[in-house]
Design a protein around this ligand. Structure first.
Ligand SMILES: [Zn+2]
Length: 292
């Protein structure tokens, strides 16, 4: 891969030298905390790009998300994902594939709920078999994945290739429009360097879908992690991670209840964080246009 100095997600690609803004951002993974990366904003579509060419294999080898499992918090958050999928038509007889599924935690959750769910992730041995992409599905989901892709347009195309007529594509990802580069501490989870290669603006994401022959069904700006269950909301998660040193790792390590019990702010958000939703995330439901 070469360094990214031209926007690769917009119709009038702008260059790094004409960036609307750029900033050196430190990695929020503890092992790489002293490394910084240039993030710049396209002056046309306002998407964010990580500029330097890095060997991501090294970074993924020590990726904290490898410890991801089904637990209380993921179950609550995934119930939220499932609620929206059902609202938009998911039925038990449908097939669903989660692309960029990581350790397959959501796939497993759906299977446990009785759905015919499959996963694909080229970086995880269990889900790396491309055969699953040869089938057609009623619903294709991809959460927190497209921002990791070096080529978001190509990544998006594979959603459409395995989509059945009238099928749904659901993409959840950070929203570049809501990320303030001048406050990298607040937005460390969304910026997540160097793993997030291209963070799309709402316009750029919507255009990817339209250009692929899809139409918009609904855009949600609330993160699926926002629930009314105690402890499971984005405001608390962000505040907790920040108190724990602002490392991504904190989300997958043993919970530090001592931090919670000694912080009035965290205790407040533990129960009421849902009512203070941070902005910085977007989920778009697309549908294949009839006759496409
Ligand atoms: Zn652009």
């Amino acid at each position: 891969m070469a360094e990214c100095i031209v926007c690769n997600v917009c119709e009038h690609p702008q260059k790094y030298e004409n960036a609307l803004e750029s900033k050196e951002i430190y990695s929020n993974v503890r092992k790489f905390k002293d490394e910084k990366f240039t993030v710049w904003r396209c002056s046309n579509c306002h998407s964010l790009h990580s500029k330097e060419d890095v060997n991501l294999d090294d970074y993924y080898e020590h990726y904290p998300l490898k410890q991801h499992t089904v637990n209380y918090a993921t179950r609550c958050a995934y119930r939220n994902r499932l609620r929206l999928l059902r609202k938009h038509g998911l039925k038990k007889e449908h097939t669903i594939i989660d692309i960029g599924c990581g350790q397959g935690v959501f796939v497993l959750f759906l299977q446990q709920c009785g759905y015919k769910a499959f996963g694909y992730d080229p970086y995880v041995e269990k889900y790396a078999d491309k055969k699953n992409l040869d089938n057609l599905y009623d619903i294709v989901t991809s959460y927190e994945a497209i921002e990791h892709a070096n080529q978001p347009v190509e990544f998006f195309r594979q959603f459409v290739r395995c989509l059945r007529q009238d099928g749904l594509v659901v993409i959840g990802t950070p929203n570049a429009d809501k990320i303030d580069l001048s406050d990298p501490v607040e937005f460390s989870m969304e910026l997540h360097q160097p793993y997030h290669r291209h963070i799309l603006s709402e316009r750029a994401l919507v255009n990817l879908g339209l250009n692929a022959g899809l139409e918009i069904v609904k855009v949600y700006h609330r993160f699926y992690f926002d629930t009314l269950y105690p402890m499971v909301n984005t405001r608390l998660l962000k505040a907790y991670v920040r108190c724990a040193g602002n490392y991504f790792d904190a989300m997958f390590e043993k919970p530090r209840f001592g931090l919670l019990l000694t912080s009035p702010q965290l205790l407040f958000y533990f129960f009421a964080g849902y009512f203070f939703p941070p902005k910085g995330h977007i989920t778009v439901f697309f549908r294949m246009k009839p006759g496409t």
